[in-house]
Design a protein. Structure first.
Length: 647
C-alpha cells in the first residue's frame, strides 16, 4: 500500500499536464465522496441489496484506483489505457443495478452483453491488482481462471469437466460467490467504514493525543521514547488497524526521538515496526481480516474483538518489557520533556478528542452493530471537531478525509476482489475441499503436525499477499483441516489470522519494518529481524491457542485466568532471555535456563491438566525463572553495596 500511494504522490516525471492532473484529481475526489456517501448510507440504513451495493462500491473504488494508476504512468498510451479501464470499471456495478431483476428472473445465467462486461471487469481488476498489490495476486487469479477453464486436461481427482466463460461470468460476476462475494461485502460494510473513522479521527488530531499521552506516561522512565513509541503506535492501531499507516504516521516523530536518546537506527525502526503491527490484532478495530473472520465464522464482530483481547495484551506486554530491557542494556537517557505534566495538559486540553473512541467501545458493548456504531462515532467526531480551531474540519477537510480513506482502501479492496475471484473458482471446482483434505492426509491424526503445516502455508501466503487476501484463502484452504480435527472454529481462524499477518515484520516482505527503516535510516533487513525478535509473540501465541483456549476467552473463568497467568509468565521469561539483560547483563547459561524454563511453563498440554508430568514441568519452569531473576537481582544488589562502601 505504501509504495502504491508514494509512487502516485511523488512521481514527478510522469508527462502529465496541469489540466490533466486537475481533471483527474477532481474526478477522483468526486468518486471518493460518492463511495463515502454510499458506504455510510448502506451502513446506517441497510436498504441496498448485497449484490448491488458491492458491485457499485467496487466499480467506484476500482475506477478511482485506475485513475490514480493512470495519473502516474510515464507512457502516454499506458496512461490513457488506464483512463479507459477506469471508465470500463464503472460499467459492471451500474449494469447489475439496472438489470438486477432481469438477472434474478433468468437465474443469474450470463447473456452475451454480460460476457463482454465480465471480460472488462476482469481486465480492470487485474490491472488494478498489479499496480496496487503486486504480481503475486495477479498470478494467483490467472492460475485460478486457467484451472477453471482447462481443468478437463488435468487427470485424476484434481481434474474436472472445465467451465466456459458463460459459467465463469455467472459465478464470478452475477452472484455473491465471486468478485462480489463475502470479502467484498466486508470491505464495503466494515473495512472502508472503519478506515473512514480512523482517517477522520487522525484529521481532528486524535493521533497526536495518543502520542502525547504515551509520552506523558513513559517520558520520565529510562528509554521512555521507546516506550512511548510502542504505546502510541499500539493505541493508534486501535483506530486504523494498519501497520504501515502507523509507521508513517507516528514513526516520523517517535523514531527521531528514540535515536536522540541513544537507540540505534535499526533498533528504533524495529521498535516502531513491531509496535505498529500491534494494531492489526488489538481491539476494538483490529485489522481488516478480523471483520472477514466474523462473517466467515458467523459470529458478531464483538465476539472476535473480545476473544482477541488477551493475545493482543500478551503481545503488548512482551513488547513493552523488551523495549524497557533494551533501554537498560544500552543505558539510555530519559525524555525530560515528557512526564505527568504533559499527560495532564494533554488530557485537559485535548482529551475530548478520545470521546469517539470510547463511544465506539460503549456502542459495541451496548449491542450496536459495528456498522451502526461506526456511523454514530463519525457523527460524534464531526460534532466535537469545531470545539477548537486546530481540530476544526470544514467541507474541504471532509473531502480530503474521503480522498485519504479511498487511497488507503484501494489496495485492500483490490485484494479482496481478487481473493473473491479465486475463492469463487475454488468453490466452483471443489478444489478447496480437496486441498484441505490433502493437509489432513499429510498431517494424519497429529494436531501439532497439522498446526505446523498450517503455519508454514499461512506464512508463505502471507509473504506474497496482503493480510486480508491471505486470510481469505487460508480460511478456505486450511481452516477446514483444523476444524475437521475438532479444533474450535475461532481457534482455527485466529491461528491462521496471526500467521497471515506476521509478514508485516518478517522478511522478505516486512512492509512495516521497511517503512520504519526508510525513516530511521537503518538497514531494512536488520530492522526486520530485530522487529521479529521484539514481536516474537505473534509467532508463538497461535500455538498456545490449541492448548490454552482460555487465551481466546473459551472456557471457565478459572481456565481463562490460569491460561493468561501461565502465558504471561512464559512470554515475559522468553522476552528477558531474548534481551539478555535484566538488571544486569545475563550470561549465556542464564539465558539458556530462562528459555528452557519459559517453554516448560508453556508446556503444550491442556492448561487444566493434572498429570504429574505436566505439573512438574510447569512448577519446575516457574521455579527456574524465579531462581534466575533472584540470582540476577541479588548479585546486582551486592555489587551496588560494594561500590557504595568503596566510595
Amino acid at each position: 500500500m505504501l509504495s502504491f500511494i508514494d509512487e502516485v504522490r511523488l512521481d514527478h516525471q510522469a508527462p502529465r499536464s496541469e489540466r490533466e492532473t486537475a481533471i483527474v484529481s477532481l474526478a477522483f475526489t468526486i468518486l471518493a465522496v460518492a463511495v463515502t456517501a454510499l458506504v455510510v448510507y448502506g451502513a446506517y440504513f441497510g436498504l441496498i441489496t448485497a449484490l448491488i451495493l458491492r458491485s457499485i462500491f467496487f466499480s467506484l473504488v476500482s475506477s478511482a484506483g485506475l485513475l490514480f494508476v493512470g495519473l502516474k504512468a510515464r507512457n502516454s498510451w499506458v496512461r490513457y489505457l488506464c483512463y479507459a479501464l477506469a471508465a470500463v470499471a464503472l460499467v459492471p456495478g451500474f449494469h447489475l443495478w439496472s438489470t438486477y431483476f432481469d438477472i434474478i428472473m433468468r437465474g443469474a445465467m450470463a447473456t452475451p452483453p454480460d460476457l463482454w462486461i465480465f471480460v472488462g471487469l476482469m481486465a480492470a481488476l487485474l490491472v488494478l491488482v498489479r499496480m496496487a498489490v503486486g504480481w503475486a495476486l495477479v498470478v494467483l487469479v490467472a492460475v485460478a481462471l486457467a484451472y477453471a477453464w482447462f481443468g478437463y486436461l488435468i487427470p485424476g481427482q484434481y481434474g474436472h469437466g472445465g467451465y466456459g466463460i458463460r459459467r465463469l461470468a455467472s459465478m464470478l460476476m452475477l452472484s455473491t460467490e465471486g468478485v462480489y462475494g463475502l470479502p467484498m461485502g466486508v470491505a464495503v460494510e466494515y473495512i472502508f467504514l472503519f478506515a473512514l473513522l480512523g482517517t477522520l479521527l487522525m484529521k481532528v488530531g486524535t493521533g497526536e493525543v495518543f502520542v502525547d499521552i504515551a509520552r506523558g506516561l513513559t517520558g520520565r522512565m529510562q528509554g521512555g521514547p521507546g516506550l512511548s513509541a510502542a504505546l502510541s503506535s499500539t493505541m493508534l492501531g486501535t483506530i486504523n488497524g494498519s501497520a504501515v499507516a502507523n509507521v508513517v504516521t507516528t514513526g516520523t516523530f517517535t523514531i527521531p526521538l528514540m535515536k536522540r536518546v541513544g537507540y540505534s537506527a535499526t533498533l528504533a525502526g524495529a521498535i516502531e515496526a513491531a509496535a505498529s503491527s500491534a494494531g492489526q490484532i488489538l481491539p476494538p478495530v483490529m485489522g481488516a481480516a478480523a471483520f472477514l473472520m466474523a462473517e466467515i465464522i458467523g459470529v458478531p464482530y464483538s465476539h472476535i474483538a473480545f476473544a482477541a483481547i488477551l493475545p493482543a495484551a500478551l503481545y503488548c506486554i512482551a513488547l513493552l518489557v523488551a523495549v524497557r530491557l533494551e533501554a537498560g542494556r544500552l543505558g539510555l537517557e530519559r525524555d525530560m520533556e515528557g512526564g505527568l505534566a504533559l499527560l495532564r495538559e494533554t488530557l485537559l486540553r485535548r482529551g475530548y478528542l478520545l470521546l469517539p473512541l470510547f463511544a465506539l467501545v460503549g456502542f459495541l458493548i451496548a449491542g450496536y452493530t459495528p456498522t451502526r456504531a461506526a456511523v454514530m462515532c463519525l457523527v460524534m467526531a464531526l460534532i466535537i471537531s469545531p470545539w477548537r480551531a486546530e481540530t476544526r474540519v470544514g467541507p474541504i477537510g471532509l473531502a480530503q478525509v474521503c480522498r485519504d480513506t479511498l487511497i488507503s482502501s484501494i489496495p485492500i479492496v483490490a485484494a479482496v476482489a481478487a481473493a473473491g475471484a479465486v475463492i469463487g473458482v475454488l468453490n466452483l471446482t471443489g478444489l478447496g475441499l480437496m486441498l484441505s483434505g490433502l493437509i489432513v492426509d499429510l498431517g494424519g491424526d497429529s494436531i501439532w503436525t497439522i498446526l505446523i503445516l498450517t503455519a508454514l502455508v499461512s506464512f508463505v501466503l502471507g509473504m506474497g499477499l496482503p493480510t486480508s487476501a491471505a486470510y481469505l484463502l487460508l480460511a478456505v484452504l486450511v481452516a477446514p483441516a483444523l476444524t475437521r480435527l475438532g479444533v474450535p472454529a475461532i481457534v482455527a481462524h485466529m491461528f491462521i489470522f496471526y500467521y497471515g499477518l506476521v509478514s508485516a515484520i518478517t522478511p522478505p516482505v516486512a512492509l512495516a519494518a521497511y517503512a520504519a527503516a526508510s525513516i530511521s535510516g537503518g538497514d531494512a533487513n536488520k530492522t526486520a529481524f530485530e522487529a521479529v525478535r521484539l514481536g516474537f509473540v505473534k509467532l508463538l501465541v497461535p500455538f498456545l491457542f490449541a492448548t490454552m483456549p482460555g487465551l481466546l476467552m473459551i472456557g471457565s473463568s478459572f481456565e481463562i485466568t490460569l491460561s493468561a497467568l501461565l502465558a504471561t509468565i512464559g512470554i515475559v521469561g522468553l522476552t528477558i532471555a531474548f534481551a539478555g539483560w535484566l538488571v544486569r547483563p545475563l550470561g549465556a547459561g542464564e539465558r539458556l535456563v530462562m528459555t528452557v524454563t519459559s517453554l516448560m511453563v508453556l508446556w503444550p498440554t491442556a492448561v487444566t491438566a493434572t498429570d504429574p508430568v505436566t505439573l512438574f514441568m510447569r512448577l519446575a519452569g516457574i521455579a527456574g525463572l524465579a531462581f534466575v531473576i533472584y540470582r540476577a537481582s541479588t548479585s546486582t544488589l551486592q555489587t551496588l553495596s560494594v561500590n557504595s562502601k568503596a566510595s
